[in-house]
Design a protein around this ligand. Structure first.
Ligand code: KIV
Ligand code: ZN
Length: 502
């Protein structure tokens, strides 16, 4: 069995996609989960891009152990120095530098001749290696580059000290058989390649990112760059969960394995979707909510007789627990803590206390609390930080023959402030009343609501995406009452804005 490394770029290429803006605490939460998932490399960000990016990469480099931590850098000295500054405290740092090699990029974007590009790439790798013992070089837009020029660039950067070389399909142009041939060609025609890792990085513009990555694995790639839920620029990057489960389910074909703790996949997907505010489509492979549900009678009958009739992998293998233990208001702190541990949450005392307080509140409203409810509470609690605005009182009046009106009281910096407003509907009225209290003008870009569990008293989860001053913020609210969940989601987002302003 060959071992395939998983290079996760959720926090860099994924976070770079439109409408996502994670704060440092949220990036740390994702990184902690990626470490539990046992990815080999976390690309934590693009350190020079902004002070927020730098802070995120540095915080991850300082805290997360047992994983290689990487920052992206263009092939220029200032970027590489900044990347190194951010990751130098990591247990195992890696600088990832990139430069375009396709004719179209060299001519129109870089305005450089191929020989100049080659010189820049070599200089960048040499400089990066003078700082860090692990350096990856990516030939941006590799799939539209001349294959022989690409091999020349790769062999020169290897001689300059690159420890891994990456073949990005930057614009999602490749098709599997051709990409497989390209990987094979690079392996055959790049002097020095046997001493370094060969990586691929595929985008999904034609819906083939995963297929292309797997074709590369079949042709000798040692590493795959991917993101949780396939998050990423435009149509996204190759989805980590699909690559990992394909390699695992068809191990006899790939003759390869990854190190991934697959039972952490479901949880990773939920966390990334919650924090980024990007819902996962229901029929998404592996992590969609329908991925393991069987509707057709013939299928259900088959499943009852032998699961393998219609299931090629089990829900348990990605961490969906089938035995839903039920807790209620008489369950003590100890029972909640134990169940959380059994579900794989290693929380500190303060986090357990917060989750327990929310559990008690929920148990007052909901008779039975399932694992799904408990996990939703924990995701919500871990995501919380010091809030400037706290909901104290909420009243709405609505109907088909009345003007929707909301009265809201918030604790604002410790003092109670109340406001009322009418609106097009109850949610609009609430959000307008909140705006009056917070004095922060935001634009609501997205509003999503879903039931977390089943039954009449199911927990409702609302995700909102708001925009303030050009920046996007995601807010999340959880309650058995969807009006309250909507209110909490909006307040959550506004609290994030207040925190940034502070
Ligand atoms: O898609 C791409 O080319 C990239 C590189 C920076 C690796 O993300
Ligand atoms: Zn990319």
């Amino acid at each position: 069995m060959r071992s395939i490394k998983i290079f996760d770029t959720t926090l860099r290429d994924g976070e770079q996609s439109a409408g996502i803006n994670l704060n440092v605490q949220e990036k740390l939460q994702v990184a902690r989960q990626l470490a539990r998932l046992k990815v080999d490399i976390i690309e934590a960000g693009f350190a020079i891009a902004s002070p927020g990016d730098f802070a995120g990469v540095q915080a991850i480099a300082r805290e997360i152990k047992g994983v290689t931590i990487c920052s992206l850098a263009r092939a220029v000295k200032a970027d590489i120095d900044r990347a190194w500054e951010a990751i130098q405290d990591a247990e195992d740092p890696l600088i990832h530098t990139f430069l375009a090699t396709s004719d179209i990029h060299m001519k129109y974007k870089l305005n450089k001749e191929p020989d100049q590009v080659l010189e820049m790439a070599v200089a960048a790798v040499k400089h990066a290696r003078s700082l860090c013992s692990k350096v990856e070089f990516s030939a941006e837009d590799a799939t539209r580059s001349d294959w022989d020029f690409l091999c020349r660039v790769f062999s020169e950067v290897i001689a300059a000290g690159a420890t891994s070389i990456n073949v990005p399909d930057t614009v999602g142009y490749a098709i599997p058989a051709e990409f497989g041939r390209m990987i094979h060609y690079i392996k055959e025609n790049t002097p020095g390649i046997e001493g370094v890792l060969l990586s691929v990085h595929c985008h999904n513009d034609l819906g083939m990112a995963v297929a292309n990555s797997l074709a590369a694995v079949e042709n000798g790639a040692d590493q795959v760059e991917c993101t949780v839920n396939g998050l990423g620029e435009r149509a996204g990057n190759a989805a980590l969960e699909e690559i990992v489960m394909a390699v695992k389910t068809r191990a006899e074909n790939f003759k390869a394995a990854t190190r991934i703790a697959t039972e952490q996949i479901h949880r990773s997907s939920l966390l990334v979707s919650t924090l980024t505010g990007k819902p996962v489509q229901h029929n998404k492979a592996i992590v969609g909510s329908n991925a393991f549900s069987h509707e057709a009678g013939i299928h259900q009958d088959g499943i009852l007789k032998n699961r393998m009739t219609y299931e090629i992998m089990t829900p348990e293998s990605i961490g969906i627990s089938q035995s839903q233990l039920v807790l209620g208001k008489h369950s003590g702190r100890h029972a909640v803590k134990n169940r959380l541990e059994e579900l794989g949450y290693n929380l500190d005392e303060a986090e357990i206390e917060k989750a327990y307080q929310r559990f008690i509140e929920l148990a007052d409203k909901k008779k039975e609390i399932t694992d799904t409810d408990l996990e939703a509470l924990v995701r919500n609690e871990i995501a919380a930080f010091e809030d400037r605005f706290i909901l104290d009182y909420l009243h709405v009046s609505t109907g088909n023959c009345t003007i929707p009106t909301a009265t809201i009281r918030l604790k604002k910096d410790g003092e109670l402030v109340q406001e009322a407003s009418c609106g097009d509907g109850p949610i609009d009225a609430i959000y307008k009343a909140i705006d009056r209290i917070t004095q922060i003008t935001v634009k609501l870009d997205e509003y999503n609501i879903k039931a977390v569990s089943s039954g009449e008293d199911a927990l409702g989860e609302v995700l909102v995406k708001v925009r303030e001053n050009g920046n996007a913020y995601v807010g999340r609210g959880l309650s058995t009452d969807i009006i309250e969940a909507s209110t909490l989601a909006y307040i959550h987002a506004v609290n994030k804005i207040a925190r940034v302003k502070k």
